[in-house]
Design a protein around this ligand. Structure first.
Ligand code: SF4
Length: 236
């Protein structure tokens, strides 16, 4: 796989280009799809975490070879760019390299990316995933940062002039998502809203989708409904 690549399928709804920096992720979300995508043992994926071999060197080579510039690059799909408890210098170096070539980054994390806010500007995006409230997150995402801490970091990013966004996917608790939209809209620039895929759920997705749209419109929030949720809302 190329170091920087164009995502396909549902992942293409997140960005034109992407880089996956680490070999695994310690956050242990029960719904994590990355081990299947990477054909890796789930326990090994969560316990053996480090930067992909020569990630920064390979990225620089590809940027030079393919003259990739002026793009918004998503970090990351098959890992978290800020794995808690691990050295994230590789993320910092990836951001520096991408920006050196005239690109911007779109970060998505359940960790803490505040160490790199000094590298970001008004062309970059700092985003977090919110799926549920704290008690449920303690069970569903046991080793990730607490949802409130993720949002606090995002508010800090907003104060520094960085664009902010939230990925509401997967949705585990529709009420928590609606609360977040209404309570945090003042420091969110954009939201992307999906559903829960690949796991059973008794959530009424069409109802949730309509309520989420209404909440975003009430708060004047720029929103994008992912195709999977849109399909549920469009069912007759
Ligand atoms: S933060 Fe993302 S990559 Fe990490 S375990 Fe959770 S879903 Fe998987």
């Amino acid at each position: 796989m190329n170091t920087i690549y164009k995502p396909k399928g549902a992942a293409a709804e997140y960005g034109d280009y992407a880089v996956n920096i680490y070999t695994g992720c310690p956050h242990r979300c029960y719904y994590c799809f990355a081990p299947q995508v990477l054909h890796r043992d789930r326990e090994a994926f969560h316990s053996c975490v480090g930067p992909r071999k020569d990630i920064v060197t390979e990225l620089r080579r590809q940027l030079e070879r393919e003259q990739i510039t002026g793009k918004l690059v998503h970090l990351c799909f098959t890992c978290d760019p800020y794995p808690i408890g691990h050295d994230t210098t590789a993320t910092r170096e990836v951001i520096q390299t991408l920006k050196e070539f005239g690109n911007h980054v779109q970060i998505l994390t359940k960790g803490d990316g505040s160490r790199d806010f000094d590298l970001l500007d008004g062309g970059d995006w700092y985003g977090v995933t919110i799926s549920c409230d704290v008690p449920m997150a303690n069970r569903a995402e046991p080793c990730a940062a607490r949802p409130a801490d993720r949002l606090y970091n995002m508010e800090t990013a907003k104060c520094k002039g960085i664009n902010t966004w939230v990925s509401f996917e997967p949705v585990l608790d529709p009420a928590a998502v609606l609360d977040c939209i209404k309570g945090c809209a003042y420091f969110i620039d954009r939201v992307k809203i999906g559903k829960m895929n690949y796991h059973p759920s008794d959530i009424d997705w069409a109802k949730f989708g309509r309520e989420a749209v209404a909440a975003c419109e009430e708060m004047g929030l720029d929103y994008y409904i992912k195709d999977s949720l849109r399909a549920e809302m469009d069912k007759p």
